[in-house]
Design a binder for this molecule. Structure first.
Ligand code: CA
Length: 359
């Protein structure tokens, strides 16, 4: 009961902070509560170190950790697996071992893909590698793409396979906004690769991995049942701040960073479906349910938010667990990883945790 009252207080604060907005995409009622009183969860794993992405296969869950490990969870058994890479992981602030996705044929091939930061001639870079699970460890077998601009912040890092069988990767602007508009740079983009690391013949720009551009720091990717592609990205820091975005991603689309934020418009640039106005959610992972509702993990916002398919309305599904890094559906349950151990959160004894929720 106390939790409900606290929630009401929080919501009224939220409402008062954005009630005067005239925006067309920030819901006038702000973020409402969709928390069910019986939304309990199981803790599927605890004491993870700065977890970033999660994947599932059969009874196993795999969680990437930013300092370069993969934790394999199988029932009550948790194993921290070594990842043998040809270039060492560089883990500073937001960089490190980030995206991780199992190959669609993982059960037969034992292959997976990872996105991680490394140092090259004194500069932070990011690379996408193919890994194989063998004898309880992971081994790099091939680098697909290297030299993606990096920094201690704005490294993007999400990997996902699309319904077209292609590998998609989000990259950040590496702290240099102008790179997001430069089609010759891999920064501030969503990239599309074949599973062997080649440029697909039907990419929107000739001989280029770039699928969409004008992104600041996208970290969430997903497709609905009709094949529409969505991404969430972090809005600007400082003044005005906030303005985190949900975008409908189309091939060759320019999503406006750093030229425009929020409801601003510019010829040839696509506005977001939804943005958070002056509020900060700091979205990382996302998941889409069977009806097209979009569930977004909020870091600084410390909540799990569900958006309607067109972004007209937002509601809180979970809060009080600290920062949330990633969210995924598997076998009808909603899985969430917290992100309280990377120096920006307030970890509790069991952090970070993998939570399994009813949905
Ligand atoms: Ca934008």
């Amino acid at each position: 009961m106390q939790r409900v009252m606290l929630l009401g207080l929080l919501l009224s604060l939220l409402l008062s902070s954005c009630g005067s907005s005239k925006s067309t995409v920030v819901p006038e009622e702000g973020i409402t509560s969709g928390i069910e009183e019986n939304r309990d969860y199981e803790v599927a794993a605890s004491r993870l170190n700065s977890p970033w992405a999660m994947e599932f296969s059969g009874e196993s869950t795999y969680v990437s950790e930013r300092d370069g490990y993969i934790v394999k969870i199988n029932g009550s058994e948790t194993t921290r697996q070594t990842v043998n890479l040809n270039r060492p992981v560089s883990q500073l602030s937001e960089s490190g071992f980030l995206g991780f996705v199992l190959s669609p044929d993982f059960k037969n091939s034992n292959l997976a893909y990872a996105y991680h930061s490394y140092q090259e001639a004194g500069a932070m870079m990011n690379r996408i590698v193919k890994l194989e699970e063998r004898d309880g460890e992971w081994h790099e077998i091939e680098a697909l793409l290297e030299g993606i601009p990096g920094n201690i912040v704005h490294d993007g890092g999400r990997l996902a396979f699309g319904p077209d069988g292609m590998l998609y990767a989000t990259t950040g602007d590496a702290g240099q906004g102008e790179l997001a508009q430069d089609l010759n740079s891999l920064a501030g983009k969503i990239l599309r690769l074949t599973p062997t690391g080649a440029v697909p013949e039907d990419n929107p720009f000739p001989d280029s991995y770039v699928y969409s551009y004008g992104h600041r720091n996208p970290q969430g990717l997903g497709w609905d049942q009709t094949g529409r592609m969505f991404s969430v990205e972090h809005g600007p820091s400082g003044e005005p701040g906030g303005h985190d975005e949900l975008n409908l991603i189309e091939p060759g689309g320019n999503y406006g960073w750093p030229n425009m934020i929020g409801d601003e418009t510019e010829e040839g640039m696509k506005p977001p479906l939804y943005h958070t106005g002056d509020n900060t959610l700091a979205p990382s992972g996302m998941a889409i349910d069977e009806e097209g509702y979009i569930i977004v993990a909020g870091l600084a916002g410390e909540k799990l938010v569900r958006l309607t398919p067109e972004g007209e309305k937002a509601e809180v599904l979970l809060e009080g667990e600290g920062r949330i890094r990633d969210v995924r559906f598997y076998n009808g349950r909603l899985y969430v990883i917290t992100n309280n151990t990377d120096g920006r959160g307030t970890p509790r004894e069991e952090d970070d945790r993998l939570l399994k929720l009813k949905y």
